[in-house]
Design a protein around this ligand. Structure first.
Ligand code: FAD
Length: 493
């Protein structure tokens, strides 16, 4: 495995532990972290047992297809009615090119395709106190071109007015103004932004005499009041920069490929209820078909989500138990909506990407696959925190209505074209009970180090115990670090 620069643990080239006594590692949970641990330990000659309460691998790395059924802990039950071939990723949907996830896709032969994270033909839509642009949808491209243009104009004028004399030399000033002309699409010696064809056309250029008809730019003031510019950074954050990717056919292709490699090691339907340290080693009690079973190992890697782990009987140190109680494992909700017709492609010329809004649905996602097909599954909302808790209390039908009534403000075609939906509220998904953990800075220096430090032969390894809490890469990397550490200890014993 070639490691992405500067991350996790390097495992390539480690010698197998064949010469050593046969060490058994108990792995709790068959999400990305548990499966990776089993896969990598297997390559190094360890004996592993993976205990997983569900009957499928993958944990949060899940894809919903026709016939899939989920009953939430609240009792809300849904069976997916998507057409054959349609799917939705209610958990992870994308990863940037620098994540170790890419390396695992290569090694496991998981086919990937670009994930369109930014499509400037998609929309911004806002309501409320945001000035004259409220209540209408605006192409991201138009907003960006105009706001960049006016900002460049302002800076170019300031530079020209010799107000920057103290900051810049004469030749730097000229170069800056030059740059701002390119950057902002300015014209003339007065450094003015008067609109630009980068923002697109009202009538696009075409054949014959159709030279194209430009639209007027928005006013600087209305753009500023709209606050849309405050959304530009979203697609620029280091986790979301292009290129992003996604597996062809659904995110669960990754855990499926991993699980295939370690299929003889996974015990499905096995729910851990007790974790004990045996100094050295570990003893785990789990239930299968209602009966308790016990298993011992030289090491134990626990990937169980913190919301569940805190309820289990363990003899973790009081410090670790306290820390587990405060892991900020927040909720999130998503909905996949199947439409009869890809109106976003046919009517609005949006092929992949996201529209952003201050409506409570947060974001609308267009599929990055199946372009030009008849039907498609769109993401109707993606919400976190209190909004997701509120949605979690709603029935699936109410969630669908929430998505429709908000989403139709951006896409009036919604109601006519809607067929069916499947929503997931992560805090009430059995055996997961949460979405992801982002530690506040203060916790990163205090409690977080306690989570990633092994207690005897017990390791916590999962994405919530990594600096990539919202990503599969965090799970891959946490598992790799535990594997490397166990390998080192075994070789030294
Ligand atoms: C809404 C959402 C969006 C996301 N978006 C992205 C994204 O775009 N890209 C990306 O890369 N990542 C994304 N992630 C994050 C990614 O899904 C996770 O970081 C990763 O899948 C976590 O893997 P894990 O193995 O650490 O944990 P999990 O997947 O939570 O696995 C834990 C396993 O433990 C099992 N378990 C539970 N209880 C027990 C028990 N008692 N005994 C034994 N086993 C038990 C569970 O069944 C599960 O299989 C997203 C997650 C969510 C929820």
């Amino acid at each position: 495995m070639t490691q992405a620069t500067g991350h996790g643990a390097e495992l390539a080239g480690l010698p197998p532990v064949d010469g050593k006594s046969n060490k058994r590692v108990l792995i709790l949970g068959a999400g990305i972290a548990g499966l990776t641990a089993a896969y990598e330990l297997g390559k190094l000659g360890f004996d592993c047992v993976v205990l997983e309460p569900r009957d499928i691998p993958g944990g949060r790395s899940m894809t919903i297809r026709k016939g899939d059924k989920i009953t939430e802990t609240t009792g809300h039950s849904q069976t997916c009615k998507f057409d054959e071939g349609q799917y939705y990723n209610p958990g992870p949907s994308r990863f940037p090119q620098w994540h170790v996830t890419m390396d695992y896709c290569r090694e496991l032969g998981v086919e990937i395709q670009p994930f369109v994270n930014l499509n400037e033909n998609a929309f911004y839509y806002g309501e409320g106190d945001i000035g004259p642009m409220a209540g209408k949808r605006h192409r991201i491209r138009e907003v960006k071109t105009d706001l960049r243009g006016y900002t460049a104009e302002l800076l170019a004028k300031v530079a020209d007015d010799e107000l920057l004399d103290t900051e810049l030399s004469e030749s730097d000033k000229e170069a800056l103004i030059d740059f701002l002309h390119y950057e902002g699409g300015l014209s003339g010696s007065a450094n003015e932004y008067k609109g630009h064809n980068r923002r697109g056309y009202k009538v696009w250029p075409g054949g014959g005499l159709q030279e194209g008809e430009l639209d007027d730019p928005y006013q600087f003031s209305e753009l500023l009041q709209s606050g849309f510019g405050n959304l530009f950074h979203r697609a620029n954050e280091y986790q979301y920069q292009s290129q992003m990717f996604t597996p062809k056919g659904g995110m669960d292709k990754i855990p499926m490929a991993l699980a295939e490699k370690v299929k003889d090691k996974i015990v499905y339907g096995a729910q851990v209820k007790e974790i004990r340290r045996t100094n050295p080693g570990a003893r785990v009690v789990y239930t299968v078909d209602g009966a308790d079973q016990e298993i011992t190992g030289d090491y134990c890697i626990c990937t169980i989500p913190p919301t569940i782990l805190r309820r289990l009987q363990t003899d973790f140190s009081p410090m670790l138990k306290n820390t587990l109680n405060i892991v900020p494992f927040q909720n999130s909700g998503k909905i996949g909506m199947q439409f009869k017709r890809r109106f976003w492609e046919e009517d609005d010329r949006i092929f992949g990407g996201l529209s952003w809004t201050n409506l409570p649905i947060g974001e609308v996602w267009y599929p990055s696959s199946g372009f030009l097909d008849k039907k498609g599954v769109m993401g109707g909302y993606y919400v976190f925190g209190p909004m997701s808790d509120q949605l979690g209390r709603m029935s699936p039908e109410e969630r669908t209505e929430f998505a429709l009534s908000n989403g139709e403000k951006i896409h009036p075609q919604y109601r006519d074209e809607f067929e069916n939906a499947f929503s997931v509220n992560w805090a009430t998904i059995p055996h997961i009970e949460g979405c992801l953990a982002h530690f506040p800075q203060a916790m990163l220096k205090t409690f977080y180090p306690l989570l990633i430090k092994p207690e005897g032969e017990l390791y916590l390894a999962a994405s919530w115990a990594s600096h990539l809490g919202g990503w599969q890469a965090g799970a891959f990397e946490a598992a790799r670090i535990a594997v490397k550490n166990i390998h080192e200890r075994t070789m030294a014993s």
